[in-house]
Every structure is written in C-alpha cells, then in structure tokens.
Design a protein around this ligand. Structure first.
Ligand SMILES: Cc1cc2nc3c(=O)[nH]c(=O)nc-3n(C[C@H](O)[C@H](O)[C@H](O)COP(=O)(O)OP(=O)(O)OC[C@H]3O[C@@H](n4cnc5c(N)ncnc54)[C@H](O)[C@@H]3O)c2cc1C
Length: 536
C-alpha cells in the first residue's frame, strides 16, 4: 500500500473521456483522507478535491479513539504532525456528582490510573484538516478551494457530471467516473435522493464552545501543591489530557484540551430528559455549566471564545445506502449516531478504508456485475454495523449516564468489547480489519443480542434507582481503581470487572424489591408520565 510510487504510472483503464477519475466533494478529514489513499494506492488516478471553505474554522471531532488514531498514524502516516501539532490524549475520564459533592476532589471519578498504552490524540480539527488538504495536494490531488459543488448528475457506468461554483462566481462542469460525498452532515448525495433518516428514537442535541482560562486538572488550583495528596497520587496519567466527561441524568459535558491552550467544552443531552434553559445556545450552555458544581469549579476564571458557539438540535441520522455504481460517501455524509465515546472519526476511518478499496477495484476495471454484488453486500453490512452499534450501545443510554454504578459498568463492558471487537483485530490480527467494522460480518447477531441485553438491563436498573431516589448513591468520593486498557489481556480484565459490577448492580436492584432503600436526598427531577421509570 505504501510502496514507492512508480515514476510514470500507467493510466487507468477507461479514464480517457473523463476530466477526473474521482471528484471528492468536501475537503475536511474524510474527503482528504480518501484523496490521499486513492493517490497512494492508484498513482495514476486523477483526483479532484472540492472544498467550499476558504479556511477551516474550529469544529468538533477533536477526541480520537483507538481506531481513528490507528487510521491517522498507521494508514495516513501522520504521527509526526500529531505529535508536534496536537496533544496526546490520556483516555476517557468520567466525573459524577450528587448532593454531597461540592468540588472535583469530592466527586466519584472513573478513568485509568496509568498512562494510555495505545495512541490517541486531542486534535484541533482546523489544524488537522489544513494539514491533510496540504498533504493531499502534495501527493498529487488537485484541490479547488474555495469552490462549492452546487449540482451533480449521477450516470453510473456512463460517468457523472459535477457542477462546481468557484470563488469568482463562475461555474465549471466536470466529468468524472466517481463522485465521493465527503460533505459531512450536508450529506449531498443522500439528501438529494431523499435517503437521510433522522433517528427519532434518540433525540439528542448539542451545544459547544471553546473556553480560555479553564483550570488545569493537574495544576495547583485543583490538585493542590502537596505531591503526597492521595487525590494526586491515585492517578499516574495526566487528568487534563483526558477527554473529561461530567455526567448527569440525561446529559454529559465534554472538556477536551487543545494544543493552543483553549479547551473545547460541549454539552450533549437527551431532549426527552433534560431541557437547558436560556435565550441563546451560549446562554443555555453557560447556565447548564454553572449548575454543575464540577464544571463550575473548572470554569471559575474561564471565558468562552467570542462567536465560537455552535448548536445542533438533533444529532443522529442514518442514510439509506453508502455506495453504488460511480458514487459513494465517506465520514458523516454516511450517517452519525452520537458523540459519546467519540466514534465519529472511527466511523470515518472504517468508511474511508472500505470505500477506497471498492472504488479502487472498480477503477482498475473489475467487471460491473461483480462490483454490483460488492456494493450490495457492503450496503447491507455497513447498515448493520451502524444499526447494531446504535441499538446495543446508545439507545436510552442517557438514562444511566449520571449514575456511577450503572455508568461505570457500561463503560467497562462497552470499552472492553470495543477493544476485543475492533481495536485488537486491527492492531493484532490484520491491517485489513480496518475495512471490517464491528457487527458488519454475517452472524454478528451472536454478539449483538447479549450486548443489547446488558445495556437494556443497566438502563432499566438506572431508571428504577431514579424512581426510588437512589440514583447516583455512589457518586461521591470514589477514585479510579483500574489501570486502563491495553492490547494485551487488560481488555478481558476490564470486561470481567464490568460483568462483576453488573452482577452487583442486579443484586442491589433485586434487594430493592425486598427492602425499599432510603432516598439519598437532593433534587430528583420529576419525570413526565410517558417517561415514568419501569421496574427493573
Ligand atoms: C457535538 C459533536 C461532537 C463530536 N465529537 C467528536 C469527537 O470527540 N471525536 C470524534 O471522533 N468525532 C466527533 N464528532 C464527529 C466528527 O465531528 C465527525 O465525524 C467528523 O467531523 C466528520 O468529518 P467529515 O470530513 O466527514 O465532515 P466535516 O468535518 O463536516 O467536513 C465536511 C466538509 O465538506 C465541505 N462541504 C460541505 N458541502 C460542500 C459542497 N457542496 N461543496 C464543497 N465542499 C462542501 C465543508 O466545508 C467541510 O469542510 C462529533 C460530532 C458532534 C456533532
């Protein structure tokens, strides 16, 4: 794949009548990754990238996890950029609170005690996307920017036409064999054919902004000046470099440090459970952050960056198809579920790797009938990956997020299984697994049904705890006790601990039917009737 490029590569079969072999619409991470891989794998391919933005502004998609980090470091070979221009990430960290908690050191905390052993990064997307578009151009893709695709006609085997509006207002029509939609949530191709399906069963929204002057979780204001302080000694890794989650019933808040010194702060909530108040998105966010004692502490001297606040009213959507003759989509243009656990760039990695492989085969002259079968298989398998992923990990998850017992159990089991089903295969078995997302293979129901079952059980237990007034009863004073995940046996150990905790949670839940626990006090939100908790 990364062999030196031949000096004069042979032209691709059948490419003569076209202006380009591939037009990639959208020049952010998905689009440029696609262009780079196509140029590396098919050096004679003529690739055009059309990006409408003159410059990339700050955007979300900053916290990479293991698969996207693998893709960025091993596939795109960006380790140098990531280590010089971005921050290393120290895993996920979760902070819980209840009415007893007034500050961070009183909160229950979950996260690894040791340094992360597989690479991941906190990335400033504007910097990454600028770097990638420069790499794509340097490796032979043509880049039109700022330029916007305003129309297209898909012609299958006969080729496609793409209409591009340039900065001076003139329009150009280019003919190409493939169109790759990398327009993010615009989802140009799916939108035109009416193929976008909002996930109504998961009504989540988000507001985010960058802050300056956020307190350093490892600094004297939070961690004190005494190196022998147990709060400090408990965790070897940097807390600041983690993606810190401040969780509550129906919501989570991320704090992601960026290399320039700002901190990305965002709120994601289930609109059935929580309703942030305020006249503007920024006011809603700041009032919400002020109501949580932990984020209030971190933001005591911080100010949001002017004009930087963004808001999405409904996050998740699926698309009906991912690839067909002469067209495909990558990244968010092929769907988005939820930012919790940062799966966005993982999905980008799987989609780019698998669809570049398909486009490459087609461009090299594979018979159309064979390719039709491949597209059909891919559409079926990729749809299953996203649907099963949503149903087994995310559906109703926001009910348990603010409860230390059930959320910690879910985190250990979800992440242990992520390692075993996605990270181990890619790092340890074969590089080709980057084209095989979890659940995509036939027979994956064997894993899906048990996962959906434990998730439903945990949600059900959390709902009952809410009903009994004991939701968050262990949200104070617990410190991390596990070392973290690795590519060796640690994932099994974490999974085992998760299963043990699940057993404990089931037992505690069963006992509530024998003896009703005393409510822990503090405000317990009143549920609307349609959401009244069900017995576990
Ligand atoms: C609240 C939130 C938090 C998130 N946090 C994370 C996280 O921590 N980690 C993670 O991995 N993922 C995260 N994600 C997901 C992540 O942001 C996306 O998966 C990622 O940005 C997708 O990249 P993309 O290149 O597909 O799309 P985008 O980054 O949206 O890029 C699309 C590009 O297409 C261009 N474009 C659009 N239309 C046209 C057109 N007609 N012509 C030319 N150009 C066009 C745009 O200018 C843009 O540059 C988050 C998402 C949300 C909503």
């Amino acid at each position: 794949m990364d062999a030196p490029l031949p000096a004069t590569p042979a032209p691709l079969p059948g490419s003569a009548p076209f202006d380009y072999d591939v037009v990639v619409v959208g020049g952010a991470v998905s689009g440029t990754s696609t262009a780079i891989l196509l140029r590396r794998q098919l050096p004679s391919s003529r690739v055009l990238v059309v990006e409408k933005g003159e410059a990339f502004d700050w955007k979300v998609g900053e916290s990479t996890v293991e698969i996207s980090a693998y893709f960025l470091t091993r596939v795109l070979k960006l380790y140098d950029h990531l280590s010089r221009e971005q921050l290393p990430k120290q895993a996920f960290r979760y902070w819980f609170h209840n009415e007893k908690v007034t500050c961070l050191r009183e909160a229950s905390e979950v996260g690894p005690t040791q340094l992360a052993r597989t690479p991941s990064f906190q990335i400033d997307r504007a910097k990454l996307d600028e770097h990638l578009i420069a790499v794509a151009a340097a490796e032979g893709a043509e880049v039109w920017r700022p330029a916007k695709v305003v129309d297209f006609t898909l012609g299958g085997e006969a080729g496609n036409e793409v209409v591009v509006e340039k900065a001076d207002g003139t329009r150009a029509t280019v003919r190409c064999r493939w169109v790759v939609d990398a327009t993010g949530r615009q989802a140009l191709l799916a939108r035109k054919r009416g193929g976008i399906v909002p996930v109504e069963g998961h009504p989540t929204a988000s507001i985010w902004v960058r802050y300056r002057g956020v307190k350093d979780l490892d600094g004297p204001e939070v961690a004190g000046t005494d190196p022998s302080d147990p709060f400090v000694r408990k965790v070897v890794a940097s807390r600041r470099l983690a993606t810190n989650h401040f969780v509550g019933w129906g919501y989570w808040i991320w704090f992601i440090p960026l290399q320039g010194g700002e901190t990305s702060v965002g709120l994601v909530w289930d609109t059935r459970l929580v309703s942030p108040e305020g006249a503007t998105p920024l006011e809603k966010l700041t009032r919400f952050l002020d109501a949580n004692p932990l984020t209030r502490e971190l933001l005591e001297h911080a100010t949001p960056v002017d004009g930087d606040c963004r808001y999405y009213g409904h996050l998740p959507y699926f698309v009906d198809r991912f690839v067909g003759p002469g067209w495909t989509c990558v990244g968010d243009a092929g769907g988005f579920i939820d930012p919790f656990y940062s799966p966005g760039l993982d999905q980008m990695s799987f989609s780019v790797a698998s669809r570049v492989a398909l486009v490459k085969r087609a461009l090299m002259g594979a018979p159309a009938a064979d390719m039709e079968k491949e597209y059909e298989r891919h559409n079926r398998q990729y749809e299953r990956y996203l649907r099963f992923f949503f149903e087994s990990i995310y559906r109703d998850k926001y009910h348990l997020m603010g409860d230390y017992d059930t959320m910690t159990t879910a985190f250990l089991m979800d992440t242990g299984l992520y390692y075993l089903a996605a990270v181990h295969p890619v790092y340890r078995w074969s590089h080709e697994r980057i084209t095989v997302p979890p659940f995509s293979q036939d027979g994956s129901e064997v894993a899906f049904y048990p996962m959906r079952w434990y998730q439903r059980r945990l949600v059900s237990i959390a709902k009952r705890k809410k009903e009994l007034g004991v939701y968050g009863n262990h949200n104070a004073g617990r410190r991390p006790g596990f070392v973290g995940f690795s590519l060796r046996s640690a994932a099994w150990v974490m999974l085992f601990h998760g299963v043990l905790r699940w057993g404990k949670a089931e037992l505690a839940n069963a006992l509530t039917y024998v003896r009703r626990p005393r409510p822990i006090g503090g405000p317990q939100p009143v549920l609307p009737p349609k959401l009244a908790p069900t017995a576990g």
